[in-house]
Design a protein around this ligand. Structure first.
Ligand SMILES: NC(=O)C1=CN([C@@H]2O[C@H](COP(=O)(O)OP(=O)(O)OC[C@H]3O[C@@H](n4cnc5c(N)ncnc54)[C@H](O)[C@@H]3O)[C@@H](O)[C@H]2O)C=CC1
Ligand SMILES: CC(=O)C(=O)O
Length: 355
């Protein structure tokens, strides 16, 4: 049952409600509400109000990254319930307008559109198993999203994220610099967590990248792992002989498997991706120029052929204009080979789509 949620919906004329409480300071002829000397407002839209979309929305709220958040979902009651639940936290949060709707028009004028809608893996499925279902959905939602906000940054989270970032790029018509996949920003955090636990340091002080596919063929860039500027691999190999190739692959596999483990335990992953995407939103909207491993158009990097419009994760500098360059990482020949193998897996899936 739909109930009124604002005083104007209950029949009270909104008018200039605040003028009964506030009057201009002496000598100021403008009314309190006509003081529009405000900065441009920042609007973020989150498409899909499921586990992931809501974790992202609530982290963006608590980090005060948006003036307005628009939530979109195909299930109206759940959507309204999620919006109200967040609105009821207003007294504890920075002031942010929350709107929602099943129609993309609610996203109009967004600065950042984050797409989380779609099927998620059930136990035993890989991310690539979701491809056909989620491409069909993207065909429906990306064109109207692009039409509502032609200057927006488009951040794809739905899986398989690398292929769907390519799909979103094709369907939106946006330049590649404004279409980004959340990629291995999350995998890299998982990698840094495992290393930080082992070395007993804060994960924020571990520089370590997973690149390539957000999925089974991701590549751990062991050659550049460092803590406090010190290369880690050499000292680990000197202190423990067990850090051989097989052990390194075991750690990479543990990073990959950690998503499957969470899914088998609680059914889905949400909190870590919420923080991961909020960190990307902060770098983008606040023009931070921070480097994140995210899914970008990777043709020409590390020997990926020029004809392959493949999106995969490489360390990219993010700012208000989107992707402002990709770091030319030094990879070992073996790492570059694995990256090209990961690119091939993703590109083969893109080619099946006929876009
Ligand atoms: N890239 C990454 O690192 C991660 C990606 N994911 C992916 O995120 C996606 C969402 O996962 P969850 O939130 O757990 O799933 P969920 O099932 O909780 O939420 C998906 C939401 O999409 C909505 N939806 C379906 N069709 C829609 C449409 N046409 N318009 C608007 N909304 C629509 C559904 O109603 C549902 O609320 C999945 O593809 C999952 O694999 C999840 C975790 C991490
Ligand atoms: C589900 C997923 O892609 C993840 O948690 O890594």
């Amino acid at each position: 049952m739909k109930k009124a949620t604002s005083l104007s919906e209950l029949g009270f004329d909104a008018g200039d409600a605040s003028s009964g409480f506030f009057r201009p300071v002496s000598g100021d002829s403008s009314t309190p509400t006509s003081q529009h000397h405000r900065r441009r407002l920042t609007k973020v839209s989150v498409i899909g109000a499921g586990n992931v979309g809501m974790a992202i929305a609530q982290t963006i709220l608590t980090r005060d990254l948006a003036d307005e958040i628009a939530l979109v979902d195909a299930v109206p009651d759940k959507l309204r319930g999620e919006m109200l639940d967040l609105q009821h936290a207003a007294a504890f949060l920075p002031r942010t307008r929350l709107v929602s709707g099943t129609d993309m028009s609610v996203t109009r004028g967004s600065d950042l559109v984050i797409v989380t809608a779609g099927a998620r893996q059930i136990q035993g499925e890989t991310r690539l198993d979701l491809l056909q279902r989620n491409v069909a959905l993207f065909r429906k939602i990306v064109p109207p999203l692009a039409e509502q906000s032609h200057d927006a940054l488009l951040l794809v989270v739905s899986n398989p994220v690398d292929v769907l970032t390519y799909v979103a790029w094709k369907l939106s018509g946006f330049p590649a610099s404004r279409v980004i996949g959340s990629g291995t920003n999350l995998d890299s955090s998982r990698f840094r967590f495992l290393l930080a636990e082992h070395l007993d340091v804060n994960a924020q002080d571990v520089q370590a990248y997973m690149v390539g596919e957000h999925g089974d063929s991701s590549v751990a860039v062991w050659s550049s792992v460092s803590v406090a500027g010190m290369p880690v691999l050499k000292s680990l190999q000197e202190s423990h002989r067990c850090f051989d190739e097989e052990a390194l692959e075991g750690i990479r596999r543990a990073v990959v498997d950690s998503a499957y483990e969470v899914i088998s335990l609680k059914g889905y992953t949400s909190w870590a991706i919420g923080y991961s995407v909020a960190s990307l939103a902060a770098s983008l909207l606040r023009d931070q120029r921070r480097i994140h491993p995210v899914s970008v158009l990777a043709r020409g990097f590390h020997g990926i052929p020029d004809g392959n419009d493949v999106f995969l994760s490489l360390p990219a500098r993010l700012g208000r204009a989107g992707v402002q360059g990709v770091a030319e990482m030094e990879l070992t020949e073996e790492e570059a080979k694995r990256l090209r193998r990961s690119a091939k897996t993703i590109w083969e899936n893109c080619q099946l789509l006929g876009l």
